[in-house]
Design a protein around this ligand. Structure first.
Ligand code: ZN
Length: 86
């Protein structure tokens, strides 16, 4: 196991090698969407499963509902820059 990447095992394949990346995460709820660029994730190098940090997901969800409370008909993708996470 490589201690430098992450000290967890992939529950999917049992691999222990992860890589940190930033991806575009598409959050969807009912028929509304929020596209979040630069979402930090861990990707299993063995099987390619993507793991999201729970705190990151909570923040995306919080922003999603904040946006959609002010924006009634977002049948388009809303882009938000994320600068708070690195
Ligand atoms: Zn895996």
């Amino acid at each position: 196991m490589n201690e430098e990447t992450k000290k967890v095992q992939c529950p999917f394949c049992g691999g222990g090698c992860f890589e940190k990346r930033q991806i575009e995460y598409l959050y969807s709820y009912e028929d509304k969407y929020l596209l979040v660029p630069n979402t930090p994730v861990d990707i299993c190098m063995e099987c390619g499963m993507i793991y999201y940090d729970a705190a990151v997901l909570e923040e995306i969800e919080r922003r999603f509902f904040a946006i959609h409370q002010n924006d009634e008909e977002p049948d388009r993708y809303v882009q938000l820059p994320i600068a708070a996470y690195a």
